[in-house]
Write a protein that binds this ligand. Structure first.
Ligand SMILES: [Zn+2]
Length: 263
């Protein structure tokens, strides 16, 4: 399952292909969306924004396309006019003079005014996206201490998209290692400085992963690069304390941690 950083990089690649270029062709497979074609030709895509596993494609005329890939949906970037050979069902085609982005197989696709799309039940259900760069440490601290989350164990809560959208299994392990916390804690039992450290890690780890995961540290002039400290590293020594990293199961998913320095 892709997590927030991978989803956002995929969205960036779509945006890089078509952003701010006038749409020359638009196609929708679903009959109830076909009438949007004429409203969108000549308009531009002004932003492609992930919200958890949903994607919002915002157009210059105030309309927004909501899509959720579920298990099968996939976006592709192609050259203008190109029709790839595939057995998948093409659902959306957004084409500019140079490039087109195509959505295949997704079944949850809606178009509407941006304000209306924001009311979509899925978007109402999930928390703020962890890679929303306007999200602050203070806001995350507040969310940790809110009635809905203050009594939840961190291990399960960090996988709940209602808390913060975009967190998944590798980020859960890496965030708790960064915050030096065992997964059984509940926000309400944490001292203020520990709570702040957790809130900082909840933002810093996904952001570093988004910005640098997979890059090779050739010149060391970019600052820190993302690397797994515990995820898939059971049996290796902890970088912070030297103890052995362990693999266990938590909320039915594999969990990796250092039982010595994560208290
Ligand atoms: Zn350790």
């Amino acid at each position: 399952m892709p997590e927030g950083p991978e989803i956002r990089r995929a969205a960036d690649a779509l945006a890089a292909a078509v952003l701010d270029q006038p749409l020359t062709e638009v196609g929708f497979a679903f009959p109830q969306l076909k009438h949007y074609r004429n409203q969108l030709i000549g308009e531009r895509i002004i932003a492609i924004e992930p919200r958890g596993k949903a994607l919002l494609t915002h157009f210059s005329n105030g309309l927004t396309l909501y899509s959720h890939n579920q298990l099968y949906g996939v976006w592709k970037v192609v050259n203008a006019g190109e029709i790839p050979e595939t057995k998948r069902d093409l659902r959306v085609r957004l084409e500019t003079a140079e490039r087109a982005i195509l959505l295949y197989s997704a079944s949850e696709i809606t178009v509407g005014p941006r304000e209306e799309i924001e009311q979509h039940p899925f978007l109402q259900r999930i928390g703020p996206d962890v890679l929303d760069m306007t999200l602050t440490v203070a806001a995350v601290e507040q969310r940790l201490l809110s009635p809905a989350f203050r009594r939840r164990q961190l291990g399960g809560m960090l996988l709940d998209q209602a808390f913060l959208a975009g967190l998944g299994n590798y980020l859960r392990a890496e965030i708790l290692w960064q915050a030096e916390l065992a997964p059984q804690h509940k926000p309400q039992e944490l001292e203020p400085d520990i709570l702040q450290r957790l809130a900082e890690a909840l933002l810093a780890v996904p952001r570093l992963s988004y910005q640098t995961r997979g890059q090779v540290d050739e010149n060391r002039h970019h600052g820190a690069l993302f690397s797994f400290k515990v995820f898939h590293r059971s049996g290796e020594p902890c970088e912070r304390c030297g103890a052995m990293i362990e693999r266990t199961s938590l909320s039915s998913r594999p969990f990796y941690w250092c039982p010595v320095c994560q208290k």
